[in-house]
Design a protein. Structure first.
Length: 88
């Protein structure tokens, strides 16, 4: 004897199958394309950041090569100030 005699298992299985189809459709039509677009944007931004970082590093290296003594003095000053601030 069934514990739940009024439950129609066939109807429940049909509903589950219908829900599964709806979820699969939603994933393929909306979620997957949105994730793909976001991934493409993230890759584009990462490439831009890499290019900008490389360009800025090259400019900084150019300044160091043009003015090595000034660069050393600035680095020492910044180090001194950081040491003073961290002691407190």
């Amino acid at each position: 004897m069934s514990r739940y005699p009024s439950v129609d298992l066939g109807s429940i299985e049909e509903r589950i199958a219908d829900l599964r189809r709806k979820v699969e459709t939603l994933m393929s039509e909306q979620v997957t394309p949105a994730v793909s677009r976001a991934s493409g944007r993230a890759q584009h931004l990462a490439q831009e950041m890499s290019t900008t970082t490389r360009r800025e590093a090259e400019q900084a290296l150019g300044v160091v090569r043009e003015r090595p003594i000034a660069t050393i003095l600035v680095a020492m000053g910044v180090g001194y100030l950081l040491a003073r601030l961290l002691r407190r």
